[in-house]
Design a protein around this ligand. Sequence first.
Ligand code: FAD
Ligand code: NAD
Length: 465
Amino acid sequence: MKEISCKLLVIGSGPGGYVCAIRAGQLGLDTVIVEAGRPGGTCLNVGCIPSKAIIHAAEQFETVAHAATGRSALGISASAPAIDFRATVAWKDGIVGRLNAGVSGLLKKAKVKSVLGRARFRDGKTVDVETETGIQTIRAEAIVIATGSAPVELPFLPFGGSVISSTGALALDAVPARLAVVGGGYIGLELGTAFAKLGSKVTVVEAEARILPQYDADLVKPVARHLAELGVTVMTEAKAKGLSSKGDTLKVEDAGGREVKLAADRILVTVGRRPVTDGWGLEEIDLDRDGRFLRIDDQCRTSMRGIYAIGDVTGEPMLAHRAMAQGEMVAEIVAGHRRSWDKRVIPAICFTDPELVSAGLSPDEARASGREIKFGQFPLSANGRAMTLESDTGFVRVVARADNHVVLGIQAVGRGVSEMAAAFGLAIEMGARLEDVAATVHAHPTQGEGLQEAALKALGHALHI
Ligand code: FAD
Ligand code: NAD
């Protein structure tokens, strides 16, 4: 097969890789992208998008199921809903398919050449791709590693049979009657909540003292409360120990050291993700590591000249929007622009019910960094729009420097608050002060008014509490 030479080669077409390739193409760089699976990577095929589709379907199901109890305060009645989960999954697959085609189309429009196959470094400038028709060798002046991450497998609970990863959970053909979830982090709680709404009896087994340990305790409390309302059992400081020989019982050591047997039709293991540093010839180029991840500098350069790395393979937070921002930056650097990583904030959202958003520092993190702070918190129970959405839990909180009022962090918990992440990120990135947020006219009635009120509260003159 004829060798390909190009300016930029991107390995992996997840959100990091495909955004990098599109931007490089726009900048006129001769770019090739190699993907072993489907365009869009984890995020689009088995991550962000399909999980949010299933979460939405579960919300719709729960709404009808609630109306069917005859307890709807809105006066809506319905008969008990049924779900054909195969049809739900097919609908989700349709969305994924449309987005696969969308990414391919955008790459084509940017004149990026796509090669389907598994890439492997031969040396720092040469990669061999195992394609359906043989080995395609590609030589490139610059190479971007965007190989992403994969689910962590527990040695005593290997994936297979009743033990599934998030990928398996998003492709089930029926809602499991009993679902045990090992790991009460992002995926375990997003999908655990969805399956609880769809009718599964869910038990979450979390090793730490509380669920979602990466978020501050006050934010997580409303989530824990609602999980209990949904009938989800949460075991904290609990360790999964293994499976019964029939595969239908999960053995757990609870916080008191006692063995508990959890009968389960499916066991969803969501104990984190690992960077994909294997299978592409890392040993040929011997890049420096930062723990499990590839070490990068503030321009996403690895320890070898001309080789960049972006996205989940480079570290936390393993989020799609971080990967995309790195991808865009690296394309511009390869094109000769002066760029380096200077972002103030990478917002994080957990799509539980209620949703969590965190941008920048929490009050405790800000204090721990030695700063004097001011903060204001506004309860969404005092927000008109939240009431019309039947949502009376949650709050918006703004954290700022005490001396000059520059906003350091904004967090929220509540129904639908994920859409506020844009305002939170923008305020921090633009260096807004409490006075800027408070002086901005916020449209009424929206939950976003909670942000303005939280800033006013920090300034000592909230209007609606
Ligand atoms: P990936 O998306 O993992 O893509 C890497 C690509 O590289 C893959 O397509 C892979 O096939 C390819 N590849 C690997 N090795 C090779 C090779 N040798 N040759 C060719 N191709 C190769 N993040 C969010 O920000 N918001 C969310 O709501 C969210 N929800 C999630 C839900 C779930 C269930 C999961 C699992 C993840 C979720 N994430 C979410 C995380 C998000 O998916 C990742 O942060 C993101 O996909 C990372 O992008 P990436 O480009 O680094 O890698
Ligand atoms: P996670 O790190 O969010 O949560 C893993 C949880 O498992 C932690 O709470 C941890 O304490 C617990 N745990 C670890 N080992 C355990 C064990 N042996 N027994 C019981 N509990 C154990 O990981 P995840 O949920 O697998 O998600 C992986 C990553 O994917 C996330 O960190 C995030 O970067 C990304 N993601 C993001 C979103 C989003 O942005 N909304 C959604 C899903 C996934």
